[in-house]
Structures are given as structure tokens and as C-alpha cells.
Ligand binder design. Structure first.
Ligand SMILES: Nc1ncnc2c1ncn2[C@@H]1O[C@H](COP(=O)(O)OP(=O)(O)O)[C@@H](O)[C@H]1O
Ligand SMILES: Cc1ncsc1CCOP(=O)(O)O
Ligand SMILES: [Mg+2]
Length: 298
């Protein structure tokens, strides 16, 4: 824990540098520098992230974590939770391909993470698809996730715990701004940081709201990009657990930026996916500091 607290101190961005002849940086550049500081810390510390994630997303989530500098472990057997979960720096649970066998493993892992004082992150994929899925997800929310990240339809459905949110499948039928009040309400009722993704991503603790406008719409044409960014959030929260709001916003900005840079070279979703992983590996300080678009909504 001492080591984690030291990291938090290191991550707080220093807004004004005495040698900065251009004057103090504006608020958006402070946020952008914070995103770089988080990515740099992930690269230096290589957090171990246990993922209990859907079968569609396993490959892209593991590759995104590796490219960021984190260490992924796709371990979901209930027989391994007791030994392994306390060793991980963060846990990621995604209900995308839920099965009767996985639900107890997810619950056991969330409990083990809580007991070991490790952050854990929930992706409520298609939470309104069935009452089984909704009930499993509500049980997980009771186990106090550090962060919940979903698209607008998922956050709307989970927040109101309605059976039908208007979503047809795993994709969103809503704009992220439509889910902002629901995200705040969910954050307050669950005590989690809630992120709602879309053209603009919003991250809230129920009061503060950070918005991120990085990303390209083609990201929606790659399956499991949402799952992958939630995995990345777990890695960022692992290295700054006491600032989960900021760590989550940083992860969304970094991931969105890889989409923008990747799109300059891609000819469609498949090559965009490849370029995003490459850019995540290659991103440097000046690119993140100048192109991450984060701000706090007043
Ligand atoms: N219209 C859009 N423009 C730019 N980026 C987007 C857009 N829609 C989604 N994204 C980005 O794609 C990633 C996945 O978000 P989203 O599609 O909302 O999640 P999911 O795949 O879970 O439905 C996020 O990083 C988000 O910022
Ligand atoms: C297509 C699909 N079906 C079940 S999980 C899944 C992947 C969902 O990924 P994302 O939520 O990132 O779009
Ligand atoms: Mg999703």
C-alpha cells in the first residue's frame, strides 16, 4: 500500500513549471499530461491484470494490455481464484459471454479482489439482454466495483435496472450524453466511478464529470473495442487506485488517441485494430500531451 500511495503522489500533475516561458499550462494540457503520466506508470510498473472477460474480447483485450505495458492473465476458473486473484494488481470482469459456470467465478473473484484491497472493474456488456444477465450484473455491482464502464445503453439500463433500455444487442442505441445523468446516479448508488463511452466519453464519481473527446467512429466497427478499453482502464486504475476517476479518464483518452492515429493509416476496421495496438505500444509523451482531449465539466 505504501508503494501505491507513493505512486499517487507521483501522478499528480504539476501545473506550473518555473522554467516554462510560455506561462502556466491551461487546464486541458494539465489533463493531457496526466494521461501521459498514467501511461508511463503502466509501462514502468507492468501491472498484472486478471481478466474474466468474454470469449470475443480475450484476444484484443490481452493484446491491448500487453501493448500498454501491462501484463494480462485470462484466468476464469473458480478453482484458481483463491490462489491467483490476490496476486493480481487489478481484476477485470466482463459479462459479455456470461455462463452459469462463470457467474460464481466472477463473484468469487470480485470478493477476493475486495479482500485483497485490489481495484476491480466491471464491463456490463448487453446488460439488458436478459433478466439473467441483469441479475448477475446487479449482484456484481453489490460487490463494489472500483469502476463500471459501459456504452450509453448499458449505463442507462444498469442505472435504472430496467429490463429494456432500447438496446438490441451489445452495441449502443444511445448517445453518451443521454446517459450522463444515469451515470451520475449509478456512481452515487454503487459508489463506483462510472464511465459511459461514445463519441464523447464521460467519467463521473457522481459529482465531478471528466469528458474525453478522443476517438473515431470506426472504433465501433471493431468488435470488443469497448471490452478492450475497459481492460485498459483496469491497468490504469491498478497503478493509481486512489484516483480511479482520473485514471479511468486517462485510459479512455489514450485509447481514443490510438484510434485517431490508427485511422490515419487504416483502410477499415481490421487494419484500424492492428494500428491501434501498434500506436498504444509506440505512443510518446509529446503526442499524448498535445493530443489527449480531456476536460472537466463544470
Ligand atoms: N462515435 C464515436 N466517435 C469516436 N469514438 C467512439 C465513438 N463511439 C465509440 N467510440 C470509442 O470506442 C470505444 C468503445 O466505446 P463504445 O463503442 O461506446 O463501447 P462498446 O464497444 O462497449 O459498445 C471507446 O473508446 C469510445 O470512446
Ligand atoms: C459481440 C459480442 N457478443 C457477446 S460479447 C461481444 C463483444 C462485445 O464487445 P463490445 O462491448 O466491446 O462491443
Ligand atoms: Mg461493450
Amino acid at each position: 500500500m505504501e508503494e501505491q500511495e507513493a505512486t499517487v503522489r507521483n501522478i499528480n500533475p504539476n501545473p506550473a513549471s518555473p522554467s516554462d516561458e510560455a506561462g502556466p499550462p491551461d487546464a486541458s494540457s494539465i489533463w493531457a499530461r496526466m494521461a501521459w503520466t498514467h501511461l508511463d506508470a503502466v509501462r514502468r510498473r507492468a501491472p498484472l491484470v486478471q481478466c474474466i472477460t468474454n470469449l470475443v474480447s480475450m484476444d484484443i483485450a490481452a493484446n491491448v494490455l500487453l501493448a500498454s505495458g501491462a501484463s494480462p492473465a485470462m484466468i476464469h476458473s473458480i478453482n484458481e481464484i483463491q490462489d491467483f486473484t490476490p496476486k493480481a494488481d487489478a481484476l477485470y470482469i466482463n459479462i459479455g459471454t456470461l455462463s452459469a459456470e462463470w457467474v460464481p467465478a466472477m463473484q468469487a473473484a470480485a470478493k477476493a479482489a475486495l479482500e485483497a484491497n485490489r481495484p476491480w472493474v466491471l464491463d456490463p456488456v448487453a446488460v439488458s439482454a436478459s433478466s439473467y444477465r441483469m441479475e448477475a450484473c446487479l449482484e456484481l455491482v453489490k460487490l463494489r466495483p472500483t469502476v463500471i464502464r459501459g456504452n450509453a445503453s448499458e449505463i442507462l439500463a444498469l442505472s435504472s435496472a430496467c429490463r429494456i433500455s432500447g438496446a438490441k444487442g451489445v452495441d449502443s442505441a444511445h448517445e453518451s450524453i443521454d446517459a450522463l445523468d444515469a451515470a451520475k446516479s449509478l456512481a452515487k448508488s454503487s459508489n463506483a466511478i462510472v464511465a459511459v463511452s461514445g463519441a464523447v466519453d464521460f467519467v463521473t464519481d457522481g459529482d465531478r464529470v471528466i469528458s474525453c473527446s478522443n476517438g473515431v467512429s470506426m472504433m465501433q466497427k471493431i468488435t470488443a473495442t469497448g471490452c478492450a478499453v475497459t481492460a485498459l482502464i483496469a491497468a490504469f486504475v491498478a497503478i493509481d487506485p486512489w484516483n480511479a476517476l482520473k485514471a479511468t479518464a486517462s485510459a479512455l483518452a489514450v485509447f481514443g488517441l490510438t484510434g485517431e492515429l490508427g485511422m490515419e493509416m487504416a483502410s477499415g476496421p481490421a487494419s484500424l485494430r492492428m494500428h491501434m495496438v501498434d500506436w498504444l505500444y509506440r505512443l510518446n509523451e509529446s503526442t499524448v500531451a498535445t493530443r489527449a482531449r480531456l476536460s472537466e465539466r463544470s
